[in-house]
Each structure stands twice: as C-alpha cells, then as structure tokens.
Design a protein around this ligand. Structure first.
Ligand SMILES: [Zn+2]
Length: 262
C-alpha cells in the first residue's frame, strides 16, 4: 500500500484527505488525537536545538544530511519506556520524539541510527499511515478509548504495510550508522554481542515457522504487530548490508563522507 496511491489527477489535497478519511472511517478522531498529541508533546517535552542539548542536535543534523532530508524538530520526552517515534501532522513541521530512557540505553552512534530510522519514515513519506500507527500505540493514553477504536478499524493490510515500512527505515539507519551491529541496544554488552548467533536464531525461527502449525502460530503472533520481530529485522538488515545495492550506495557516498570529516 502506498500512502498516496489513491490520488487521482486534479484532486486537491483536501479532497484526497477526505477520500482517505472515508476509507479509514477514523480520520476525524485521528485528526483530533493528532492535535492532542502535538500540543501535549510541545507542552511537556524539550525541543532540541543548537542551544539545547547541542550534541543530540548535531547527531540529527548529520543523519539528515547523509539521507538528504530536511531535519525535523527533535524533542526529548521524559519517560521510563524506551521509545522513539515520528509525528507528521498535516500542515505542521514534522517532529521526532525520543524518550529519555532510550537516550540512557543507547550509545550516541546507536541513538543516531534510531534518528536515521525515523528520518527514513519522513524521507519515504510514510507520514499519514505512520501517524495512525503511533496514535494506535500511544493515543490510548492521551484520549482513553481512541487507541482501541482505531485499532479495530485498521485493516490487517495496514499493519503489514507498516512492518514493510519499518524494514525500509532500518535501511536508512544502516546508511547513516554504516554498521549493522548498532541495533544491539545495550552499549555495555556491545563488545560481547554475537551477531552471527542472533542470525542463527532467525534461521531457527524460519525453520520452526515453516510447518503448517508453525506458520499459523507465527502469523497469529505477528499479524497485529506494527513492527516486524527483532530477529527478522536483524536478518533483513544483515542481508541488505551484504547486497550489491547497499555496497554501490556506499561507494557513491564515499566522497560525501570524506567531505564531512574535512
Ligand atoms: Zn519505524
């Protein structure tokens, strides 16, 4: 599914929006939830800039430069749940939110990979659908009941599309981090992490889910997920890091990196 695939020639953005709203049947509630989340976020979080947490600001600017995308606003939100997400609200500058606990958990390079993943969503224009997904997972605590209402309205196809979108954005993260290991998420153990053993785990998962019963169980487990299973994300990114496509992109990127360090 493409966010803009339903657009017809001559239709204004408003008409397009209306068309999507009737498709989902949740647009108006989604739109209110968006506004609530937007106001709630700017009211409670810290806006990062060159004068506020400049190191994080620099990480975002670098990642945006590598991916050739306009840097969004970056907010840091106090929360014990490690998380990062992007909200692209119609008519407003998109912004990325990173929770404090995620900053504590990750090394600076890993944090930049997370930012790059979020930039991937903006670069690929995943905005509208992604915002729904974020409302789905976060909205419930902002407006009680909304999360559940949207959840029941969202098609299985949308969650499948979202999982594919996540894999695309992992590639954006790799293009910035240039090291597939950086998805480890535990800096104190990073030296001991064995990527090959984790990929072996992915192979066991594939094997276990290849029988009819295994397939049924794994399908039931993943159908509602907005993100692919971590073990499968690791396998996908490892495969892509070895692909001709990635290597040719890295070759083209060499002059820019040299420029960057100069
Ligand atoms: Zn994502």
């Amino acid at each position: 599914m493409e966010p803009h695939s339903r657009r017809k020639k001559g239709e204004s953005d408003k008409e397009e929006e209306d068309e999507r709203s009737s498709d989902l049947g949740v647009f108006n509630i989604g739109s209110i939830a968006e506004q609530v989340m937007f106001l709630e976020n700017i009211g409670t979080s810290l806006l990062v800039s060159k004068n506020q947490l400049p190191e994080l600001h620099q990480l975002m600017l670098e990642a945006a430069e590598i991916l050739n995308v306009e840097p969004p606003d970056l907010y840091v939100r106090q929360s014990p749940t490690p998380n990062a997400y992007t909200l692209a609200i119609s008519g407003k500058r998109p912004f990325v939110v990173v929770h404090t606990s995620l900053i504590e958990l990750l090394s600076r390079k890993e944090l930049q990979a997370v930012m790059a993943h979020e930039l991937g969503h903006l670069k690929c224009d995943h905005g509208l659908w992604l915002t729904y997904a974020n409302i789905l997972s976060l909205g419930a605590y902002v407006i009680p009941g909304v999360g559940g209402f949207i959840a029941s309205s969202i098609e299985e196809q949308l969650t499948r599309w979202l999982r594919a979108a996540e894999l695309t954005c992992d590639r954006a993260a790799l293009l910035v981090a240039q090291d597939p290991k950086l998805s480890g998420g535990c800096p104190s153990l990073v030296d001991q992490l064995n990527v090959d053993a984790f990929l072996e785990q992915a192979r066991s998962y594939d094997k276990a889910s290849s029988s009819p019963m295994g397939w049924y169980i794994s399908n039931a487990q993943t159908r509602q997920l907005s993100h692919p299973l971590p073990v499968l994300r690791a396998r996908e990114i490892d495969e892509w890091s070895r692909s001709r496509e990635y290597n040719s992109l890295m070759k083209q990127a060499m002059p820019m990196n040299t420029l960057h360090k100069a």
